[in-house]
Design a binder for this molecule. Sequence first.
Ligand SMILES: [Zn+2]
Ligand SMILES: [Zn+2]
Length: 325
Amino acid sequence: MTDLSALAAHETSIQRASSSSWSAVRALRRWFDSNAPAHEEDAGVRLDWGRAAPFIGMHAGCLGILLTGVSPTAAWTAAALYVLRMFAITAFYHRYFAHRTFRTSRAVQFVFALVGASGAQRGPLWWAAHHRNHHRHADTALDPHSPGLRGFFWSHMGWFLTPRAFHTDWPRISDFAGYPELRWLDRYDVVSPVALAVALYSAGTLLARLAPDLHTDGAQMLVWGFFVSTTLLFHATVTINSLAHRFGKRRFATRDDSRNNAILAVLTFGEGWHNNHHFFPGSARQGFRWWELDLTWLGLRMLALCGLIHDLKPVPAWVLAKGRG
Ligand SMILES: [Zn+2]
Ligand SMILES: [Zn+2]
């Protein structure tokens, strides 16, 4: 009898170990393929540590600066990549894919989707679908990231790391889901950031050999250009979900808790005029006054002058008139 119960206990522990290793395999697969079969608790709101490991790794990678030091080349590369990718996120992930505030060609939409995806904020369709749900349900129980309901950590990044947030809400983004190249980018959202990391390491290695006076190398370019720049880009972007629904002025009495915040507008190239944006999301411009700095709007106008995009939707006169005073 004793032998039998020991055998049963042994089998149970093998089953448990096998089930948890299968969970690990599933989490690992989903790092590389966001369409891979999900865990059974897929609708949960707990933090999914297995899936979140690359996100944590990205933060840990910033500690690499202690080993690599810094050079002007690495610091400028980090800054340039912040600027380029912030523009791709705000102009294309947000103002184009989520709100359709201008028109462009299939090639341009893909190029900027690819650049935006290198910011490791998942694919453009995933991003835009979640953001459309945010506008639809802002600061209600159905909002994916309301600070008023679930606090700062949740709204800033907690929600992003829960199993239920990993899905793309396809019905919400059906207007773009017909493009196979965008669906591919959404499914393999890891490809663009990894390609950028490899390119930075390779460029740094090459510079170390060809231009030793720059005092950089592969590891330093990887740490600054990818880990530091991408981590800052992530946290700046998500302040719009956390801080811009808490701190700032409310020009418009919207049904949500959105605010206009000048500091956040500088960090995010115009997204900080979030109360303006919640009142009228259909405009490509978010700074409604001449003094409301909106670098994304300026960038979009430059792209329009070059003929790469067109039909930028302006802020209507009735909105400007309503916002006075
Ligand atoms: Zn909002
Ligand atoms: Zn929006």
